[in-house]
Each structure stands twice: as C-alpha cells, then as structure tokens.
Design a protein around this ligand. Structure first.
Ligand code: AMP
Ligand code: MG
Length: 313
C-alpha cells in the first residue's frame, strides 16, 4: 500500500503543474513559419528567464526582418526603399558566397520565382502550377532576395550566441526540427532524431557535440497537389521547377546558417550531392531518395544510429 502511495505521489509530481512554481526551462513560440522551442539547462531562475527572452527576441526580429515579403527590413530592401543594416548585409553576402560555392544550386535571388509558385508567404492559395513562360521569365529576373533557405539557420546561430552571452552553457534551440545544441543535456549529449520524409517515424539518431547544428530540407515541408502531381518548395535554379531526385537531405555542421543553406543545395544537387558537399566543406550528410533509399557520408554513418542497408558515398 505504501508503495502504491509513493508511486502515486511520484506520478502526480511528474505532471507539469508540480513544476509550475519555478519558471519553466523552455519556451515555445511561432517564428519563421514554424514552431520554435528553446530549452535551457540553468538552475538560476533569473538568468534562465532572461536568456529565454533574449532568444525569443532574436527569432522575432529574424521573422520580421529576414523575410523577403511583408514590410520588414529585407522586404524594404527588395522594394528599394531601404538599405540593409550591417547584420543583414553580412547575411546576404554569406548567402551569395554559398550560392557561388554550390555552383548556383543554392540561389538566394530566386524570390520572384518562389513567389510565382506561391511558396513565399503562409498558405498557398489552391490553383495550378505556373506555366513555363512565367517560370522562364521569373527565373531570369534574379532581383528579389529570398533568404528562406538560410534565415532559419542564421536565426538559430544568433539565438545560440544570445544564450551564450546570457551565461547559458547548456541549451537546445529547435526551430521545427532544425536545431543547434550548446553543451549537454545533463551528463549526456543532446540526442536528436531525423524523421522519415515519407513516414511518421524517425530514421536516424545522432548525439550532438556542443555548438553543432542539424538541418534538414525535405519535400514534405511545403507542398501542394494539382491533377494528382505533388509540387514542393525546393527549386532547381536550372529549371525553375521543384527538384525531383531527393526526398530529404540532412546536414550536420558547426555553423547553423551553413547547415541550413547546404541542406537546400544538396537537396537540389540530387545524385551529385557528394561532390557538392565536398565543394561546400560539409562532412556529415544523409540523403533519402524518393523511393526511400538512404545514403550518407562515411563520417555521418560513423556517428549515427541508422537502419540496415544504408549506402555510404
Ligand atoms: P529550406 O527548407 O531551408 O531548404 O528552404 C526552403 C526555402 O528556400 C523555400 O521555401 C524557398 O523560399 C527557398 N528556396 C527554394 N529553392 C531554393 C534554392 N535552390 N536556393 C535557395 N533558396 C531556395
Ligand atoms: Mg535550408
């Protein structure tokens, strides 16, 4: 009987209400078109609350100022009514560098094309894909900057910096499955799972080293169907159409912005991903093909728990 009571008490105290008196160790909020969760391991209540607030502010600014539409800083730069701040200018420069290192597979100046396909903002209104003449015209006009494939990484990096500056040594910043870790999860590494692009489960598990980021680009993230054909938001700049050879690419790297941009570039690269990864200096890659085959770099396979039958390239 005593045992039963002890168990009941333990269960009751595992419920969230029991931990309410101290401020929570994580914060969740919508930002950059996804749900962000920031978790910090810090015993000092005041420091923890202040750090979480700083991280949230970083995401709020990035959502407003690094989106190419909607009246924030980048939108005004695109409209020719503002010049970029030093921070935004540095991000655009970094994006242009990655564009050139990826041989143009990552291309942050496809805003007009992304808008034509309807993937620039919120939910796409139902309707057919654009026609080839419109696509060709948009592809030629490389004026509107879209940092959609790198801004989340840059924001995660800035949030990690803000947490460090606030005295935090152990944290996880997770922006809808794209994340970076600081320190550890209490004597053991932060462990992350990579989801199956076309299923519900997790297909790979990985322990993160401090400062590392994991970013995935997948054809399941934003999509629409028309006449039974699915169209997604990751475009091959050579054709202006969704890149078809890959279902998802996951990249692990110490710089979250690089991991973010590289996952997009390697998605577009298709079968050629190992060469482009080398050009970009990326060691840890996992690719899932549309028919469910998994390929990784040897360095990724050495660290990750993976199903049988994975090919290393
Ligand atoms: P991500 O989920 O990081 O791969 O980024 C996807 C977003 O990047 C899309 O919603 C577009 O806004 C933009 N995008 C699509 N294709 C490309 C590309 N080839 N290079 C750079 N950005 C792209
Ligand atoms: Mg990306």
């Amino acid at each position: 009987m005593r045992r039963l009571i002890a168990l009941t008490v333990a269960l009751a105290c595992a419920a969230p209400a029991c931990t309410r008196p101290t401020p929570p160790d994580s914060d969740r909020f919508p930002a950059l078109g996804t749900l962000v969760e920031v978790t910090v391991r810090e015993s000092d209540d005041g420091r923890r609350v202040a750090a979480l607030q700083r991280a949230r502010t970083v995401f709020e600014s990035a959502t407003r100022d690094w989106h190419g539409w909607g009246g924030g800083e980048l939108a005004r730069v695109n409209d020719g009514t503002a010049t970029p701040s030093a921070e935004l200018a540095a991000l655009i420069t970094r994006a242009d560098e990655i564009a050139s290192a990826s041989g143009g597979l990552f291309e942050p100046r496809l805003g007009t094309l992304v808008e034509l396909w309807g993937f620039h903002d919120g939910e796409r209104a139902p309707g057919p894909p654009p026609d080839d003449v419109e696509i060709a015209t948009s592809l030629e006009s490389r004026v509107r900057i879209d940092l959609g494939a790198v801004a989340k990484g840059a924001a995660v990096a800035a949030a990690i910096d803000a947490l460090r500056a606030a005295g935090i040594t152990d944290a996880l910043v997770d922006a809808g499955g794209d994340l970076a870790a600081l320190g550890d999860a209490g004597g053991r590494p932060w462990r992350v799972g990579v989801r199956d692009p076309h299923g519900l489960g997790v297909i790979a598990g990985l322990d993160l080293r401090t400062g590392e980021a994991v970013f995935t680009s997948g054809d399941y993230e934003r999509r629409f169907e028309w006449n039974g054909i699915a169209y997604h938001h990751l475009f091959d700049p050579r054709t202006g159409h969704p890149a078809r050879a890959t279902a998802s690419v996951t990249v692990v790297h110490r710089d979250p912005a690089t991991a973010d941009a590289a996952s997009t570039a390697l998605f577009v690269a298709g079968d050629d991903w190992p060469r482009v990864a080398r050009e970009l200096g990326i060691d840890f890659v996992m690719r899932v093909t549309p028919d469910g085959r998994i390929e990784t770099t040897a360095a990724f396979a050495r660290r990750a728990s993976l199903p049988d039958g994975v090919a290393t390239r």
